[in-house]
Ligand binder design. Sequence first.
Ligand SMILES: [Zn+2]
Length: 326
Amino acid sequence: MNDALKGRIIWALFDGEGDHPPAALKALCRELVNEQRASWADFNNACDSLRTMKTRDIQCSGFSIRLLYNPVRSVNTLAAVTPEKISERPCFLCAANLPLEQKAIMYRGDFLILANPRPILPFHLTIAHRAHRPQSIYDGMDQFLRITMDIGPDFTTLYNGPRCGASAPDHLHFQAVPSGKMPIEKEFGIKGKFSLLSATDNITISSGRGLGRKIILIEGSRTGDVCTAFRESIDTLKAHTGQSEEPMINVIGHYNNTFYLAIFPRRAHRPAAFYREDDHRILVSPAVVEMGGIIVTPSETDFNRLDASIIEAMYREVSLMPKRKS
Ligand SMILES: [Zn+2]
């Protein structure tokens, strides 16, 4: 990033020291969103539209989801993410290609914290690496946990694997949303919703039970322990699926003296119905927010017709879990 670009984009610096203790980050993020609402009309309109967005809660078998009708998200839902399509377009997360109105917090010299221009929730943030490098969490987990800890318990951090939800698989990025908004976050704390797989003094690993999709939950208070447990889980998944590259996963992170790290192993990026060309097409492209229980559709028809059985079938189809015998 050259000096002129830095001057245009960098709105604040956060280095975690001196004038910028970690507790200051969440306030800075909220200020950034408010500043962007004041100075960027399109973004302000996108935020305003969240207030009138239609939502519907659906009780599925053993878990609940919230359906959200958001026409602004059609760009994300329909994003073409094949390597050919990606190579044909300028990267929208590289600083030089950001909208002229967009400002950023430079986070510890490595990441740009940005207001998500098409938010799913108020104060939805995109956290993009300052350099154009591929989306990957195996080596990036230290940074993901550091951001999760710095931004604190009021926010929850998110990661989409390059083949299951990231609309920029060529540029390393995370997201953050206010915590407690995704139904799965309430289920983390409910006894009986997770079965213990292993426990040591420092790390507990459990598996979702009756939640309709596969979830591995890692809990621990120290970054190094959580990182190690995460990488071991990924290595196991790799061996299980026979994949040499990063297994298809979405990740949710939260920190409140202890880390909660939820991994959603995936079998498919999108359900088969997404690719249909008739009236049975379903415009839902499951990414981390959907796996967390907020199902976004840019189609009003789908908003009206999706029900528990369609959602349960979609989770089974895209999640790495035994297929139900019919
Ligand atoms: Zn880029």
